[in-house]
Ligand binder design. Structure first.
Ligand SMILES: [Zn+2]
Ligand SMILES: [Zn+2]
Length: 815
């Protein structure tokens, strides 16, 4: 008997599978389809254990669906554009393309070692012209359909160097080169109108996604219903400030207003004696990031600009302040401050000694001074004709009144902003637009795609687009009038590349369009999409927007790209997240060459529930490796009948094996469907142990033994594909185990054997009950006490003792 040598076995079968193209996708349409997608990796250069944790279990599930008779598409590719490639290339002095393709070569080699069913003829790489040609095509489609537009957005600007800076060139708010404080400056950039789909993106109808991901997406949209209210200005040109509020019932409690420092009214309304102070504050807040500005820990500060607005509801003059906790990009960029009923406004009012007026009283209270903002609903007070209304009614009554007077209107506000896709970087797909002095913005005609990224451009970051300095690229002719014109020099956000890659896999070499409509009809939507939860908003959100936009253009017939979404957990080491600085990174390559890919695959799935992750430890993987060795020895060790036993004993042994075999098929199948790999493996280990005992006893027939062993191998095939294939062959079966049907269980055979439990009360027979043979003592007692016949003899009595004879009898002693 040869010893299990995983390296030899795995090498042999990987070669054979590749040569025979075993996993080439089968598109014969009589089979039902299954599209199993794992988020494609970024081309960082090295697969770590986290990649394996994303990829091995999803491969196991895809293999399972394949054996169930589905035509399975389980592709792999690379997300290859983006900043890290550019930065790594800069620090190493090699071209991003070279760096990226070298990384892909290494990662592809590592991915092949997993032993997955990826059909490599379908690989997509987003930085290749044959791919990004179609990324550009989608840009043009969105533009044609009014979903792409040019608008202003802020960039970092160094007033000393007179240049735009990339985010990484800004250190603590100052220019990395000269130390000057960096300010923000508006630049013309490209946006996608994702907000047009805001309402639909909040709905997740008909898709099976984790609740928390759906919630995060809804929060990202941030829809709120409220009222826009106009406050009057006493000013020569400007007549009003508009604010959005969800609590118009608190309008009588406004004691000041706050504008975002960037609000266009600030310069116009600031009185001369406040000008210097206001300008300084505006400059300071321009250096802060949005996150700093919104941070809950930071104390809110601001400046009074010397002007007043009029609250039309009560005619009061309220001072106007600026504060950077108010963002221009949210709502109207102005808020009515109601310190009594808003926590942030309360803190601000306390800090600057501004009045706090209660206008909503907690039920049963008057208008006493508050120690903190009261933000709950209540009864309106100090609110003129609206006094005594409960908040909810008050919101409606005040809104009605404002609308009637023309002082406000009901509206819906969203936190979601349009998607800014322009990047002032080199390593991305060029935006296919030409600027002509006479025709203006002209899209590049489809026949001229791709707009190639020039290889020889200088790519070091300046904050400005590197392509600006590549004259060969910039200078072109207008597609419309043929006059000299200039190309757009920004590249696209790489989230654009990943918003449609799953469509390309369906027909990766199709040349006439980004995808073959027939293939899309067959494969899409993705049946199961797996990946990290960190993509909850950006990637998953953008991909959904894309598909909805394509649907409305008539290019696809579905509105949701991913029918089921599953997020795997995180693998930690020494109870910590793995990181290079902690030196606890587990590199799979070493384990693969020592214990084999099958052991790594199985261990990762055994480590804990897939959605929770778990802790990697070396003794755990050795345990798995020992189990696989036991399987090897069990299957290759042969089988012989033991000494003579009675037919009754033999019959029972055979029935027991048959039952456990069918129970195991059932358990493994159900766990597979639910992606509960750890409990599935526990069942397979239990089955292995059982078979080891059966082999020692030698009571079942040779043919039944063989069937049980084959079942074990078939159930193992998705998890340990190499080991299962090798043992399948050694048992003399036809190649390949991976083309076999998934075993089915017989509910009748899987059912626990039943016995008749005799129930006695004080030694006298009172009932006979049919129960599973495996019933425990506690269960038997429960069943006995529930019997109607038995109950009659227990009434008014106390059970003092109980005798249980397993598989036969229970006697209740009563007094
Ligand atoms: Zn500078
Ligand atoms: Zn022109």
């Amino acid at each position: 008997m040869a010893k299990y040598n995983p390296q030899e076995v795995e090498k042999k079968w990987q070669q054979r599978w590749a040569e025979g193209r075993l996993y080439e996708v089968d598109e014969e349409t009589t089979k039902p389809k299954w599209y199993a997608l794992t988020m494609f990796p970024y081309t960082s250069g090295d697969l770590h254990i986290g990649h394996w944790y994303a990829m091995a279990p999803s491969d196991v599930h895809a293999r399972f669906k394949r054996m169930q008779g589905y035509s399975v598409l389980h592709p792999m590719g690379f997300d290859a554009f983006g900043l890290p490639a550019e930065n790594a290339a800069i620090s190493r002095g090699i071209h991003p393309f070279t760096w990226t393709m070298q990384n892909i070569d290494n990662m592809r080699r590592q991915l092949k070692s997993i032993g997955a069913i990826y059909d490599w003829s379908r690989e997509v790489i987003t930085c290749l012209p044959e791919y990004y040609k179609w990324t550009q095509w989608f840009f043009l489609k969105l533009y044609e359909n009014g979903l792409a537009y040019r608008g202003k957005a802020p960039v970092n600007w160094c007033p000393h160097c007179q240049t735009v800076l990339a985010n990484e060139q800004v250190v603590d708010g100052s220019c990395e080169r000269c130390g000057t404080a960096v300010s923000r400056r508006d630049l013309e950039q490209w946006f996608f109108s994702i907000t047009k789909y805001a309402d639909e993106l909040m709905q997740h109808n008909g898709i099976d996604w984790p609740e928390r991901i759906k919630l995060m997406q809804r929060n990202w949209v941030g829809r709120s219903e409220g009222t826009e209210i106009s406050f009057a200005l006493d000013h020569a040109e400007e007549k009003e400030i508009r604010v959005f509020t969800t609590r118009p019932d608190t309008t009588f409690g406004v004691t000041f207003m706050v504008l975002a420092p960037e609000h266009p009214l600030v310069a116009k309304l600031t009185v001369p004696q406040k000008k210097a102070e206001v300008e300084e504050y505006v400059a300071r807040s321009r250096r802060r990031t949005e996150i700093e500005r919104l941070s809950a820990e930071k104390e809110k500060d601001g400046v009074f600009i010397g002007a007043y607005a009029i609250n039309r509801l009560n005619g009061e003059r309220v001072p106007i302040w600026i504060a950077d906790y108010v963002l221009l990009s949210y709502g109207t960029g102005a808020v009515m401050a109601v310190p009594a009923h808003d926590e942030r406004d309360f803190a601000f009012a306390k800090r600057y000694n501004l009045p706090i007026r209660v206008v909503v009283a907690p039920p049963g209270c008057g208008g006493e001074e508050l120690e903190a903002a009261y933000i709950e609903p209540g009864i309106m007070v100090n609110s003129g004709q609206f006094n005594d209304l409960p908040s909810q009614q008050g919101i409606e009554a005040v809104s009605d009144f404002l609308e009637r007077k023309g002082w406000g209107k009901r509206t819906i506000s969203y936190k979601l902003r349009d998607w800014l896709i322009s990047r002032q970087r080199y390593w991305g797909a060029p935006i296919p637009i030409v600027y002509c002095p006479s025709c203006g913005i002209v899209p590049v005609p489809e026949k001229d795609l791709p707009v190639l990224l020039p290889e020889d451009a200088e790519f070091k970051p300046t904050g400005e687009s590197p392509l600006k300095y590549c004259e060969r690229f910039v200078n072109t002719t207008c597609p419309r009038c043929s006059a000299p014109a200039k190309r757009e020099t920004d590249t696209m956000d790489t989230f654009m590349c990943s918003s449609w890659y799953f469509l390309r896999y369906a027909s990766p070499h199709y040349e006439n369009a980004p995808f073959d409509a027939e293939r899309i009809k067959y494969w899409l939507p993705v049946d199961l999409y797996t990946g990290g939860a960190e993509h909850a908003v950006m990637h998953l959100f953008y991909a959904r927007f894309f598909i909805k936009a394509l649907r409305d253009m008539g290019l696809v017939s579905f509105g949701e790209p991913f029918t089921r979404l599953f997020n795997q957990g995180v693998i930690v080491a020494e109870r910590q997240k793995m990181s290079k600085s902690k030196g606890n990174v587990v590199t799979p390559d070493a384990y693969v060459s020592e214990l084999g890919a099958d052991a790594v695959r199985a261990y990762l799935m055994f480590i804990g529930p897939w959605e929770q992750g778990g802790e990697w430890n070396d003794s755990g993987i050795s345990g798995i490796s020992r189990w696989l060795n036991r399987v090897w020895n069990l299957v290759t060790g042969g089988y012989s009948r033991g000494g003579e036993v009675s037919p009754a004993v033999r019959g029972k042994a055979e029935r027991d094996l048959s039952r456990l075999t069918h129970q195991t098929i059932k358990k493994v199948t159900e766990d597979m469907e639910r992606l509960r790999f750890n409990t599935m493996l526990a069942a397979l280990m239990e089955f292995t142990n059982y078979l080891t005992r059966v082999r020692e006893e030698g009571m079942v027939s040779l043919s039944q033994w063989g069937e049980a062993i084959d079942t074990l191998l078939l159930l193992l095939a998705p998890t340990t594909p190499h080991l299962a294939e090798e043992l399948w062959q050694q048992r003399g079966h036809e190649y390949s185990i991976h083309n076999q049907n998934w075993p089915r269980w017989d509910e009748e055979l899987a059912r626990d054997e039943e016995i008749t439990l005799v129930v006695q009360v004080n030694g006298r027979l009172r009932d006979r009950i049919t129960v599973p043979a495996s019933i425990t003592e506690a269960e038997a007692k429960k069943v006995a006490l529930e019997s109607r016949r038995v109950k009659a003899y227990l009434e008014g009595k106390e059970i003092t003792n109980m005798v249980y004879v397993p598989g036969r009898l229970i006697n209740l002693v009563v007094r």
